[in-house]
Write a protein that binds this ligand. Structure first.
Ligand code: AMP
Ligand code: MG
Length: 340
């Protein structure tokens, strides 16, 4: 009888820990890559997974930040050539591929223009047309000579790199990789406007991700913080918008996503683009590139890459358009069109 009882108790304890117990939640909130980050993971090793992920984000920040003169990217920019880590090399490779695929809308050689507009120092001013024209040749993508076999880069003609459009998407992919390795199958992270979900919520339901309202003063977009929600699993949901970083001069707004062919802030009628994809680096690169392209060209690009991503476009006139792949997971009280 005693033996029977002790087996029963052991079984009960095992069931409690491996089956019936709520999954252990671990979280962390901190500032890195110039933005507020929140990590949340569920499972027995969630604390270790969150610690490893936090270390990884800080390690990548040290490599990729142009704001830190000691970073790998800053060293490369000041020397004009060099050997880079596998991480930086991979990001540059992906960015160049996406750059040529989007006809140069994504351009990681944009840094000299970001400096000219004052976005790197917060010392903003609208440059003269002639100073923009002087800088534009520096931002040509063919100034970047990249040998991926040896991780070496040469920057010709004074070109410098800015990985800001794509680095956080790469980082969220790395965090999800770490979580998977640690046996986590339920997590959600937000690195500023970059959200990435692993699996489903611990209760088996889909994760709900809010799509930020780019202008709460615009009545057509409602007055809530979000314009709608997406229900997702194993997806990155990444937004780019003219509301994130901008300055106003003479009553006109100048934002941080530049059109590489004009040198001016992209002005194709969009105020926000959200990209939904399994791959964070792709979603991040595309959210910036599609913003530059404008809705019509972006929808055309999507038609040719439907299996890779979906998107939500918000235009300055208040119009919302979503692509057909997310019809079933998008919900909003506002009117919206579906792009086919
Ligand atoms: P995101 O918030 O992902 O759209 O990235 C915007 C950041 O990417 C800016 O703050 C710049 O650092 C950089 N950037 C701006 N315009 C471009 C562009 N056309 N291509 C690549 N990077 C850009
Ligand atoms: Mg981006």
């Amino acid at each position: 009888m005693k033996k029977f009882l002790s087996i029963l108790i052991t079984l009960f304890i095992l069931a409690f820990f491996f089956g019936c117990s709520p999954k252990k939640e671990s979280t962390n909130q901190f500032i890195a890559m110039d933005t507020y980050m929140e990590l949340k993971a569920y499972g027995h090793h969630s604390k270790k997974a969150i610690d490893l992920a936090t270390d990884e984000i800080n390690r990548l920040d040290l490599l990729l930040s142009t704001g830190n003169s000691e970073s790998e990217i800053s060293r490369l920019n000041s020397l004009g050539y060099g050997y880079v880590s596998d991480d930086t090399s991979y990001i540059i490779e992906e960015a160049l591929l996406l750059g040529s695929d989007t006809n140069g809308a994504l351009n990681i050689a944009i840094y000299p223009l970001m400096e000219l507009w004052g976005f790197t120092t917060h010392n903003y001013s609208v440059p003269s047309k002639s100073s923009i024209n002087n800088i534009l040749p520096l931002t040509r993508l063919d100034n970047i000579i990249f040998a991926k076999e040896t991780n070496t880069i040469i920057l010709k003609n004074g070109a410098t790199l800015d990985l800001g459009a794509i680095a956080k998407g790469y980082t969220s992919d790395r965090v999800i990789d770490i979580f998977r390795k640690e046996g986590i199958n339920s997590a959600i992270i937000s690195l500023g406007q970059n959200v990435q979900a692993l699996g489903r919520k611990p209760n088996g339901k889909l994760w709900t991700v809010g799509i930020k309202n780019p202008d709460t003063n615009d009545k057509r977009l409602g007055n809530k913080d979000i314009i709608g929600t997406l229900s997702v699993e194993d997806k990155a949901v990444i937004s780019s918008g003219d509301y994130e970083r901008f300055f106003i001069e003479d009553g006109k707004k100048y934002h941080h996503i530049l059109n590489p062919s004009t040198g001016y802030p992209a002005n194709m009628g969009l105020t926000s683009v959200t990209v939904v994809s399994k791959i964070g680096i792709l979603a991040d690169g595309l959210s910036t590139a599609l913003f530059v392209m404008g809705k019509d060209d972006a929808l055309e690009y999507w038609r040719n890459h439907k299996k890779d991503f979906d998107a939500i476009f918000i235009e300055k006139d208040g119009k919302i358009t979503i692509t057909e792949g997310i019809v079933d997971c998008f919900s909003s009280e506002l009117e919206y069109e579906v792009g086919h």
